[in-house]
Design a binder for this molecule. Sequence first.
Ligand code: ADP
Ligand code: MG
Length: 337
Amino acid sequence: MTDSEFDIIQHYFCASKRLPRKDVLLSVGDDCAITEHRENQRIAITTDTMVENTHFLPDIRPADLAYKAAATNLSDLAAMGAEPAWFSLALILPKIDHQWLTEFSHSFFDVLDHYNVDLIGGDTTKGDHLSITITAQGVVPKGKALCRHSAKAGDWIYVSGFLGDSAGGLSLLLQTKSAVTKFENADCQYLVKRHLRPTPRVLLGFELAVSSLANAAIDISDGFAADLGHILQRSQCSAVIDLEKLPISQSLINVFGKVQAEKFALSGGEDYELCFTVSELNRAKLERALTHIGVNYTCVGQLRPQRSYHKKTILFKRNGEQVELDCNLGFDHFKVG
Ligand code: ADP
Ligand code: MG
């Protein structure tokens, strides 16, 4: 094989072990891909970019990188309640490294196969820094998408899984300045795995959407407080959060202690859990709808009407008492300090 752009695409990004999806009429190889969807479906579309040094340590394994790039996009689809369908992949590569491309593409197709997604196109170019951009598309029944703007005062606030594990894992890796450090301690291993291999809550999001049980949802990529803040802003609500209810793993507490674990849970990024709001009326039905999904979910607070402009939108309580928290509300690429 030569190192031409065409050969690279052909060799690494054309084939998957699975039969192609029936709704893909034209895939990699033409000027555009062509897909088809049913009359009663809507298409949800999202794009995420990962850049070396900003989103991942330079020595990250290509398999971990491919997994995470795919998972973060799947998580956005999950947060809309969409069923994943088609991906496009734009790669900027500093050089052609066949070992790297082999590991990257195998891992990438493993994730795509698992979620029944087809890679339908992309772009491959040379550049100074490794960068991966994925555009993910999913289908959601008409009128069922989970949005950020439709939460209501009185809704209960839920989160899936545990919060803060990914930030704990990242903190461990940053101490060693390497994404491939092997930790002896089982808690550390678990936290690093949650950072490198977060689980997109695709089934949970889809179930919440088709059952119409949730009024709003978001995936937690920038930190729970920050992402809940987006729902509050778009839905013009405020929130009361019971700190003792935050789902925090024993591993996170074992490694970092309770105080730091809570900080990670509130403002650490990249958990890719879902935060969703459910009306009092639908609360009782939630358990029945979600038992077969196999993901734990926890009620951590409630939405309130919007408070006056200068007041904080999230009120934190511990054992019923209001507490002031100095929590940095999540990660923002363009904020300094
Ligand atoms: P064009 O010049 O029309 O943009 P390209 O030469 O960039 O076409 O790409 C050729 C075909 O390969 C297109 O169908 C494109 O979608 C696909 N493609 C390019 N890079 C990738 C990639 N990394 N993964 C999947 N498909 C890709
Ligand atoms: Mg192109």
